[in-house]
Design a protein around this ligand. Structure first.
Ligand code: FAD
Length: 402
């Protein structure tokens, strides 16, 4: 049985590893639009951007591993069309057959047309090349303006400040990360960045970008403020790379629609990672998750189902970030219905845990700099606990976990 994987990122690498671990010996084809074997993206806005991690440490496996595991690598080859009926993949005029297909084409940064057209120097961050270019652009005497105070924007802000640049972050919401964390915890991230000298312009929209022709931009905010920047970094979210699947006739709506088992409408085609809009069996709703852990675990699970298993993907989302000396892990999902209460334990300026509850149901939990807490947090999230026990800081988290 010939298995093809379109999109050579994290989900792909882990799917292949699992296929071989499960004893699949037949041909595996991997189509990567990038000129690299699959790599981890989180260090691109952290260790690699800060110059702490060597670039070579980001690759899931080196090229030789794919050779040793008899993977047909199609590097720098963007798949241009899928023929689901004929079970063929087109790369320009060349075509390749498959029996089972995994689509893991990931996501691409949303563009800000006004910045692209009118600002001087504009950057986005998704690839190794993007990270290298940003790192080279940071340094003392540089003014960096970041549009968007989401995870990428804030991590880039931390790296730019650490490199000595002056940093302004413009965000239309009233707090950074407000939609994900809610005001109670988002405030902590705002304070963190302010304490490191970031000029946070919150609740602020951008009116216009203007270039002086030499790379410098004059950025005008809706409140009339003007900021000069040597570099504008846009971090306003990503769009799933689902156009190929849509053109092939698969159902697409904010990502490729897959069932609980990551299978598309076509029984021979699966999707995993950032591009998959998955029917989550525990949450009972569709979610598309843009996290490292989900890409890895969905890639692995897809391998099982490509080989005929019928396993549902039921893990809750898990996410981490590093900014300055703050390390955070978050598990769970707070949907559009929101939460009733956030319970904070510990010192918000140093080490703490936070839980988002609806009634006595714990929807999500996180810790900052309290690495031993993640196992009890994982045990607590998704269950019902007496909120009073969680509020009572004399009760150990491990004792609360059901
Ligand atoms: P990707 O890694 O995006 O890989 C998809 C690949 O498919 C790409 O190489 C793309 O070029 C290729 N492709 C697309 N279309 C085609 C085509 N037609 N033909 C061939 N190839 C194609 N997550 C966390 O949980 N924690 C973090 O701290 C964190 N930090 C991050 C920092 C950065 C800078 C970025 C960009 C992401 C970060 N993430 C983080 C998110 C995480 O990296 C992604 O969720 C993960 O990479 C998704 O993996 P994927 O395999 O679905 O897609």
């Amino acid at each position: 049985m010939r298995i093809a994987i379109v999109g050579g990122g994290l989900a792909a690498a882990h799917a292949i590893e699992e296929l071989r671990r499960l004893g699949h010996e037949d041909q595996v084809d991997l189509f990567c639009a990038e000129e690299h074997v699959p790599y981890n993206r989180p260090p691109l806005s952290k260790g690699v951007l800060l110059g702490k991690d060597d670039e070579s440490s980001i690759f899931v496996h080196d090229e030789q591993w794919y050779v040793d595991n008899a993977v047909e690598l199609h590097f720098g080859d963007e798949v241009t069309a899928l023929d689901l009926e004929g079970k063929r993949i087109a790369v320009g005029s060349e075509t390749f057959g498959y029996d089972q297909l995994l689509i893991s084409t990931g996501a691409a940064p949303k563009r800000l047309a006004d910045a692209d057209q009118n600002a001087g120097s504009v950057a986005y961050l998704r690839t190794l090349e993007d990270s290298r270019a940003l790192k080279a652009a940071f340094g003392p005497d540089r003014c960096v303006l970041i549009v968007g105070a989401g995870w990428i924007g804030l991590e880039v802000a931390a790296a730019a400040r650490t490199a000595g640049s002056s940093v302004t972050v413009v965000e239309s919401a009233e707090l950074p990360l407000l939609r994900v964390l809610g005001p109670e915890v988002a405030t902590i991230f705002a304070e963190l960045h302010r304490s490191h000298g970031v000029d946070l312009r919150l609740g602020a929209g951008i009116e216009s970008f203007k270039s002086d022709g030499s790379g410098t931009s004059a950025v005008r905010l809706e409140d009339e403020a003007e900021i000069e920047a040597d570099l504008v970094v846009v971090g306003i979210g990503v769009t799933p790379n689902d156009g190929l699947a849509a053109a092939a006739g698969l159902e697409v709506d904010n990502g490729i629609l897959v069932d609980e088992r990551l299978r598309t409408l076509d029984p021979n085609v699966f999707a995993a990672g950032d591009v998959a809009n998955h029917l989550h069996p525990v949450l009972g709703r569709r979610i598309r998750v843009e996290h490292w852990d989900t890409a890895i675990e969905q890639g692995k699970l897809a391998a099982h189902n490509l080989l005929g298993a019928e396993e549902p993907y039921s893990r809750l989302p898990y996410f981490f970030t590093d900014q300055y000396d703050l390390g955070m892990e978050y598990v769970g999902y707070v949907g559009s219905d929101g939460y009733d209460e956030v319970i904070l334990r510990g010192d918000p300026r140093d080490q703490f845990t936070a839980f988002w509850l609806k009634g006595d149901q714990v929807l999500a939990g996180m810790h900052v700099n309290d690495w031993d807490a993640i196992d009890p947090i994982k045990a607590i999230v998704g269950s019902s606990v007496p909120p009073g026990r969680l509020r009572d800081q004399s009760v150990d988290l491990a004792a609360i976990a059901p």
